[in-house]
Design a protein around this ligand. Structure first.
Ligand code: HEM
Length: 239
């Protein structure tokens, strides 16, 4: 019988699904505009109802994405400030040590494998890259949305620069998601062929013990403390 451990709350799963869907809409409507003279891009723009509709969808999705990022940061900071959550995604000195230890492990210079908490150094690196990339997309996106307003405060050259940064960063983000993110989350030897945990919220306990031992041990200790030393309690949900 496979035993599961609850790793993601419904809020986190909904957040991931929303950001994933918005990213797909923005990438499809943005990258087709960027690649417009190419036949495949022209075909896709026509299939989506023409350039005016594609631009409209991109801008509306951009506004929803912006609200979403602000909400994500606001609620996250509020939860940490009020003690409801810990800043487990913030890099610490241990992450740098873990990265070196992992490299030594891969090179077979050491038998010692790092023991990770809720997020390992690769997941943190990816999260912060995505977050900083999103902020660049939002700032440059609004410069392109409101060029006249932008040039009341900044020199005119900023608009072509924003266009270049927005287009290239958009392409980079797309490539990172389809290579790095999909590989780490679904195609790596640990997760292959598909890791459903961000959709179901549950991870096989064996993987949890192997990949996030510190979080697992902490959660067991916490639930035992809460429920008076009952061994099968807490956030842990055997099925
Ligand atoms: C991750 C999210 C996003 C991606 C992948 C993306 C991608 C792109 C790409 C590739 C272009 C074409 C650039 C070019 O022609 O060189 C573009 C244009 C544009 N983007 Fe985005 N974008 C994103 C987010 C946003 C946001 C948040 C906004 C803010 C509202 C925005 C507003 C615009 C505008 C105004 C244009 C110019 C095209 C037009 O006038 O409709 N984008 N985007």
């Amino acid at each position: 019988m496979t035993e599961y451990f609850t790793r993601f709350s419904s809020r986190q799963r909904i957040e991931h699904a929303c950001v994933g869907l918005l990213f797909i809409v923005l990438a499809v409507t943005g990258l087709t505009q960027e690649s417009f003279p190419m036949h495949w891009a022209e075909w896709m723009i026509l299939a989506m109802g023409g350039i005016d509709r594609v631009r409209w969808i991109h801008r509306e999705a951009g506004i929803v994405f912006t609200v979403f990022v602000i909400w994500h940061l606001g609620t996250g900071l509020w939860q940490v400030a009020t003690g409801r959550a810990r800043p487990s995604i913030v890099p610490t000195r241990k992450d740098f040590k873990d990265a070196i230890m992992m490299l030594r492990y891969y090179l077979r210079l050491s038998e010692e494998h790092p023991r990770f908490g809720r997020f390992d150094y690769r997941q943190k690196w990816e999260y912060w890259g995505m977050l900083i990339g999103s902020i660049v997309m939002i700032v440059t996106g609004f410069m392109l949305y409101f060029p006249v307003l932008t040039t009341r405060f900044l020199p005119g050259e900023i608009i072509p620069a924003a266009m270049m940064a927005h287009g290239r960063e958009g392409l980079l983000a797309f490539l990172v998601v389809i290579t790095w993110h999909l590989f780490n989350a679904h195609l790596s030897p640990e997760a292959f062929p598909f890791d459903p945990s961000i959709f179901t919220g549950k991870i096989v306990r064996e993987r949890m013990v192997k990949e996030h031992p510190l979080e697992y041990e902490e959660s067991l200790a916490k639930s035992e403390e809460e429920r008076g030393a009952s061994p099968s309690s807490g956030t842990d949900h055997p099925e």
